[in-house]
Each structure stands twice: as structure tokens, then as C-alpha cells.
Design a protein around this ligand. Structure first.
Ligand code: OAD
Length: 247
């Protein structure tokens, strides 16, 4: 379906589902003021080349630039609050026996909205680790070179996010594949479904017989295979979906 009108059969399926798995991407945070990556005008990758900022090689080449870019994003995200879409997912969790939410976002907004079973697939921008050994660091000297040195080993600090060419945290991705394979309904929300391995999760759900629902303002490569394609903003669609399902 292509409108904001929601099919009653989907509402029945949500009411009857014992297990729901959700994958979110940057589209769900747009209404909180956090830009997506691939929007042609406003997306982060419209203005910056990911190879200059989001790879281990970029960091080795220009660690100060990478540190400062993430510091800028951290400050932008720190000012953002969860929107109605994040909040609706927290409500959906409270109505569902087994609910797992996996996000490619690093912004902590699902946790801030009250979602409990959230797994960060691409790390978290508010955590910092050192480049050489991956020591997780809570505080660092601020009156020093950028990036600041790791207080434990002296190597440069970096955000604890997954960069291109880096593997996802194994435990997080294993949990995601298991949840995708074991759910009754899988929601793909606000993601372009282009970045692997997260983009493989809805296909695992489909192969396991789950109902597949996509909520997105645009068509994606996943759209042709989903059972319900709901075209619209997550911050509008999700509250509507929850209201119509549970009221
Ligand atoms: P993208 O920028 O690739 O895609 C965002 C998606 O959100 C697009 O399909 C938009 O149509 C959709 N969208 C925009 N506004 C929306 C709204 N209000 N409601 C619903 N949908 C909306 O972002 P991701 O799919 O999250 O990885 O990108 C995946 C990964 O690529 C990111 O985690 C990041 C990036 O490079 C790393 O940095 C490793």
C-alpha cells in the first residue's frame, strides 16, 4: 500500500503477533532534526565523502578532521529529542510479548524514548574508544592535541561507531539474525536498505516466513518484496499504526 491509510489486515496481524523485530535507519530520526546519510540535498553524504570521514583509512590519514566531524555530529545529536516515531516503537514494545529493536543509528534516541530491548548495530556516537586497542574511554584530556590521546595507551581516540570496512559487533549482529529469523512481523523503518550486512536482515525474516512491513518516505530496493509498503514519515505513520492497533 502506498498511502498513510493503514490496511486493517496489518493491524490484526500486529495484534496477534507474539514476536516483532524492528530494524531502523536514519529516516526515523529526521523528524528529530538529525539528517540522513543519502538524501540528495540534506544527507550527510551529499556534503561529505564517507571515504574521507567514516573509514579507518580516513582516520589514519587525517585523525583531527575525523574527530572534529564526529564532535560536530555528537553536538548536533545531543540537542535532539526522540520524536513521535521513536515513542510509538517504545509503546509497541510494551504491547508485544517478544520485541527486539535493532538500529543502524548511533544517536541513542530509541533508548531515550524508552525502548528497552534496543541493540546498536553500528555503535553509539556517545561512546569513545581508542584507535589502536579499542579501550572504551569515558573521559579524556581536553587541553591537548586532537584527537585526544587514550589515557590508557596513548593512541588517538575515535568514536565507538562502525566505519565502512569494519565488521559489525558480532554479538549484536548474531542477536539480530536470530531475531529476524524468529519473528512473526519484521518492520524495516527509515532505512534505504543499501548498507550490508544490516540490509540482509529483512530477507532472513522473509525466508523464515515472517510478514514484512516497510515504512519509508520513498521506494527502496526492499520495497518490491515487502507485504506492506507504507509510504510516509515514520513520525506520522508509527503513532497512527499504534493508535489504530491498540485503541
Ligand atoms: P540512508 O540515508 O541511506 O536512508 C535513509 C532512508 O530514510 C531513506 O530511504 C529515506 O527515504 C528514508 N526517510 C527519510 N525521511 C524519513 C522519514 N521521516 N520517515 C521514514 N523514512 C524516511 O540511511 P540509512 O539507511 O540509515 O552507516 O543508512 C545506513 C547506514 O549507511 C548508516 O548507518 C551509515 C550510513 O553510511 C555507517 O556510517 C557505517
Amino acid at each position: 500500500m502506498f498511502s498513510e491509510e493503514i490496511n486493517p489486515a496489518l493491524l490484526d496481524s500486529i495484534r496477534g503477533a507474539e514476536s516483532i523485530t524492528v530494524l531502523t535507519g536514519s529516516g526515523i530520526s529526521v523528524e528529530s532534526g538529525v539528517p540522513t546519510f543519502r538524501d540528495a540535498q540534506k544527507g550527510l553524504w551529499a556534503n561529505y565523502d564517507p571515504h574521507d570521514l567514516a573509514t579507518p583509512q580516513a582516520y589514519q590519514k587525517n585523525p583531527k578532521l575525523v574527530w572534529e566531524w564526529y564532535e560536530w555530529r555528537r553536538q548536533l545529536i545531543a540537542q535532539a529529542s526522540p520524536n513521535a516515531g521513536h515513542e510509538a516503537l517504545a509503546k509497541l514494545e510494551s504491547h508485544t510479548e517478544r520485541f527486539s529493536l535493532f538500529t543502524q543509528n548511533v544517536d541513542n534516541l530509541h533508548q531515550a524514548a524508552g525502548s528497552r530491548n534496543v541493540t546498536d548495530l553500528h555503535g553509539n556516537i556517545f561512546r569513545t574508544k581508542c584507535f589502536a586497542r579499542g579501550h572504551i574511554i569515558d573521559s579524556w584530556p581536553t587541553d591537548t592535541l586532537l584527537p585526544p590521546p587514550c589515557p590508557r595507551c596513548g593512541s588517538g581516540l575515535r568514536p565507538d561507531v562502525v566505519w565502512f570496512g569494519e565488521p559489525l559487533p558480532l554479538e549484536a549482529f548474531t542477536k539480530a539474525t536470530e531475531a529476524a529469523e524468529a519473528c512473526d512481523i519484521f518492520f524495516s523503518i527509515g532505512t534505504s536498505s543499501l548498507v550490508q550486512p544490516a540490509a540482509s536482515l529483512p530477507y532472513l525474516a522473509l525466508e523464515s516466513g515472517s510478514l514484512l512491513v516497510e515504512i519509508n518516505t520513498d521506494q527502496t530496493p526492499l520495497s518490491p518484496v515487502v507485504d506492506y509498503q507504507i509510504r510516509g514519515r515514520a513520525g506520522i505513520i508509527l503513532p497512527l499504526l499504534i493508535k489504530n492497533t491498540f485503541n
